[in-house]
Design a protein around this ligand. Structure first.
Ligand code: NAI
Ligand code: 13P
Length: 286
């Protein structure tokens, strides 16, 4: 809107129908939480859209049934449309305050990513393109699980060394899973991976971080989620990730402890001990 584009917003709480809001849209941006993506995509499928309409997805989650990413869902439903992933260290409260931020847009159709880059770039929002949509999307999605762990780390007052180790080894875990999925390693070292890790693992504005912090303070997951404003996608993502890591035999020790903590199988302190007492090993298997 700040760039002079006509913007219409739809939410299921609003008075306008989805069809009215999407009429003649050149770009459709979805920031629906993961749980609603498939439902909203199938509603839109029955509308008549211009073949030029570009879909942009900002959701950071994984489909529990299929392990599909949100962009894979949009692309399956709208096979003939360009789909662009938008992801980065973008805590919405800061963007609302017009503080400077950067993000990444990625698509299999580079010209579509360039259109979206132009539309969203402003003197307060710097947008980079990237040719690896899967990596960009997985960066934003997988870091939510590490942000829960980072909240636990701070909630237990484990110190800066512990946090640095956790985030760094968390990134290694993200690269491992991402590579197995087909994403490029470098993408995870960019804004949508490392960048988003730095933002969400260090900010109480992150809902995923808040979940970990509250659990470390002795709250149950139910109590924590009941008091949370917005969606902490990492809770569901962690389940999907564990399932996939087991199937593919990928070592994900941090994700596994977050999973066990969310299931109530370990306390935050036990999860910490389990991580610290693992077999010693080289940092990388070159
Ligand atoms: N791409 C990026 O840089 C960022 C992405 N996100 C992601 O954006 C998504 C939304 O985050 P927030 O806006 O903070 O969460 P939120 O919980 O505040 O909003 C999600 C919205 O989705 C709606 N929704 C859920 N199911 C629906 C359905 N079946 N039909 C219609 N609407 C439905 C909810 O009513 C809610 O209004 C999350 O996946 C989050 O991880 C969040 C921050 C930055
Ligand atoms: O992804 C985000 C910012 O980039 C938002 O993080 P949370 O979903 O943890 O609030």
């Amino acid at each position: 809107a700040a760039n002079g584009h006509q913007v219409r917003v739809w939410s299921r709480q609003g008075s306008q129908t989805l069809q009215t809001v999407l009429e003649d849209a050149q770009i459709i941006l979805s920031a629906i939480s993961m749980i609603g993506v498939r439902d909203v995509a199938s509603q839109i499928q029955s509308f008549s859209l211009s073949p030029e309409t570009i879909f942009v997805t900002a959701t950071k989650g994984l489909d529990p049934q299929t392990t599909c990413t949100p962009s894979q869902i949009w692309q399956t439903v709208f096979a003939n449309h360009a789909v662009v992933v938008l992801s980065g260290p973008n805590l919405s409260k800061e963007i609302q305050l017009e503080l400077p931020a950067a993000t990444v847009v990625a698509s299999n159709i580079p010209t579509a990513a360039e259109v979206v880059q132009l539309v969203f770039s402003s003197h307060r929002f710097r947008v980079y393109t990237n040719p690896d949509p899967l990596g960009v999307e997985l960066g934003g999605t997988l870091k939510n699980v590490i942000a829960i762990a980072a909240g636990v780390c701070d909630g237990l007052h484990l110190g800066t060394n512990a946090k640095a180790a956790l985030v760094t080894r968390g990134l290694t875990e993200m690269v491992r899973i991402g590579n197995d999925w087909g994403a490029k390693t470098e993408t995870f070292y960019g804004l949508s991976g490392l960048g988003d890790l730095l933002a969400t693992c260090n900010s109480p504005l992150s809902r995923n971080y808040q979940v970990g912090y509250q659990l470390a303070g002795g709250k149950t997951l139910k109590e924590t989620l009941a008091n949370l404003q917005g969606t902490a996608e990492g809770v569901n993502t962690c389940q999907v990730l564990m399932q996939r890591a087991k199937q593919q035999n990928i070592p994900v020790p941090i994700t596994e402890q977050v999973y066990r903590l969310l299931q109530g199988e370990v306390t935050p302190r036990q999860a910490l001990d389990e991580l610290m007492l693992r077999d010693i090993k080289p940092e990388y298997n070159y």
